[in-house]
Design a protein around this ligand. Structure first.
Ligand SMILES: Cc1cc2nc3c(=O)[nH]c(=O)nc-3n(C[C@H](O)[C@H](O)[C@H](O)COP(=O)(O)OP(=O)(O)OC[C@H]3O[C@@H](n4cnc5c(N)ncnc54)[C@H](O)[C@@H]3O)c2cc1C
Ligand code: FES
Length: 413
């Protein structure tokens, strides 16, 4: 038999061996690459984390605040905790398994409640309530009402582990600015505790001068994260936690350590606990009337006004700007998509309210200029803001929930 008889078989065998070798090499290479990538990512994350932990890296802050919040995406609920009588926490991960975008301590998410029993889609904001370095996002929601349209009710009653929730964000300009060499003062009432938690956690990691957290609660049944705060007080000597209960259980006295006290805290309780008011940054979150009063009193007792920052959870009843700046002169609004021309009545506090009354559908999620849900294109004319928008707008976009027309306008709604 001629040796050429085996030649095709030998050739085939050699090709298979070569192919296997090439495959094995590429697997080893890609394995090594993956390992290297993981290592690089870990090193980068470590470096990034330490920079952020040190002074909340400036470039990142600029990016996180000015970059438009990401598009809508689906998250999956992986855990639900009952935090108190009317507050539940929902832990969310990206449905596709991709890492979630970073957020700054204090920022919030926008949640979409899909159409339900004939009710249209609704949007609401919820602050991120855990450490920004976790692989999940946590929101903690107070069941606000039992109205059929209530989004908090839907979350409490319909959403459980395994369910999908569509979200957008993170966004918002209420976040911890810096904690290095500052006295950080976190002041909350009720569910206003949520944005304070990631700020407290971040502050405990950096070299601040002191951190004081004052949390006002109704009673022991309505004390979300009370246990977490007690643990923080015991484990971090620099954390000065003050929990105030409006209603104390009968026959029980305040704790000897003064961590839990009876009554309502005042600006003088806060001011007396800070060594240098000039180097203090205040973060407030609670009902609007409470915030306004506390802010004024803090400034009276020596706080620097620009260092008192606050977050509103509901539509403001008392706009920031003076009446003459808020009021629009009589003018017309042309809603182009709906092909409707209407006279803007000066009694309307903002363009969103006017659009709703005129049956022009514009979605909204916060009514405080924080979430961007109501953003529409201004095609002609000018508007005046009644409250500073917290959301990064594209060219020609406006936020109707916090503006009034400044003369005749045409909007794309
Ligand atoms: C930046 C931000 C962060 C927040 N963080 C938290 C949080 O961490 N935890 C928490 O429990 N709550 C938070 N809220 C409040 C939350 O967004 C909801 O307002 C709250 O859950 C009540 O909504 P609801 O639909 O359950 O109640 P509803 O009773 O339906 O609404 C409550 C009030 O909101 C008004 N409203 C109706 N539609 C809208 C709309 N589209 N946009 C705004 N207001 C509307 C209603 O007129 C009513 O007065 C936050 C709000 C903002 C703006
Ligand atoms: S409704 Fe959120 S910005 Fe207008």
């Amino acid at each position: 038999m001629s040796p050429w008889t085996f030649a095709p078989t030998l050739l085939l065998l050699a090709s298979v061996i070569l192919l296997l070798f090439a495959l094995a090499r590429s697997c080893v290479k890609s394995g090594l690459q993956n390992r290297r990538l993981e290592r690089t990512n870990a090193v980068q994350t470590q470096r990034w984390d330490s920079e952020i932990s040190g002074a909340l890296q400036h470039a990142y802050i600029t990016l996180a605040v000015t970059e438009r919040a990401a598009e809508w995406f689906s998250t999956q609920v992986v855990r639900v905790d009952q935090e108190s009588a009317d507050v539940k926490s929902f832990y969310l991960v990206e449905t596709s398994g991709s890492p979630l975008p970073r957020f700054l301590p204090g920022q919030h998410l926008l949640i979409e409640r899909p159409p339900l029993d004939g009710l249209p889609t609704e949007f609401r904001c919820y602050s991120l309530s855990d450490d920004y370095q976790q692989s999940y996002w946590r929101i903690s929601v107070k069941k606000n009402s039992v109205a059929p349209a209530s989004v908090s009710r839907w979350l409490h009653e319909e959403i459980d582990v395994g369910d999908t929730v569509r979200v957008r964000g993170p966004s918002g300009s209420f976040y911890l600015q810096s904690c290095t060499k500052r006295h950080i003062v976190l002041l909350s009432a009720g569910i206003g505790i949520t944005p304070m938690l990631p700020m407290l956690i971040e502050t405990l990691k950096c070299s601040h001068d002191s951190v004081n957290l004052f949390a006002q609660y109704r009673d022991v049944d309505h004390m979300p994260f009370g246990e977490f705060l007690l643990n923080a007080a015991h484990n971090f000597p620099k954390a000065r936690i003050h929990m105030w209960l409006s209603e104390f259980p009968r026959g029980v006295k305040g704790s000897s350590t003064n961590i839990i006290q009876q009554g309502k805290y005042t600006a003088s309780d806060v001011c007396n606990s800070i060594e240098d008011l000039q180097r203090a940054d205040f973060y407030l979150c609670g009902p609007e009337a409470w915030q306004t009063k506390l802010k004024n009193e803090l400034v009276e007792c020596g706080a620097i006004e620009k260092n008192v920052r606050f977050e509103l959870f509901q539509e403001s009843q008392t706009p920031e700007k003076p009446a003459e700046e808020r009021k629009a002169a009589p003018c017309s609004v042309h809603f182009r998509q709906s092909n409707k021309l209407a006279d803007f009545a000066t009694t309307y506090p903002n363009l969103l309210g006017f659009a709703t009354e005129s049956h022009i559908p514009i979605n909204s999620g916060c009514r405080t200029g924080a979430c961007g849900t109501c953003a529409v294109k201004l095609l002609q004319g000018k508007v005046r803001y009644t409250r500073k928008p917290q959301f990064q707008l594209k060219t020609n976009e406006i936020l109707p929930c916090v503006c009034v027309p400044d003369g005749n306008i045409v909007v794309d709604a």
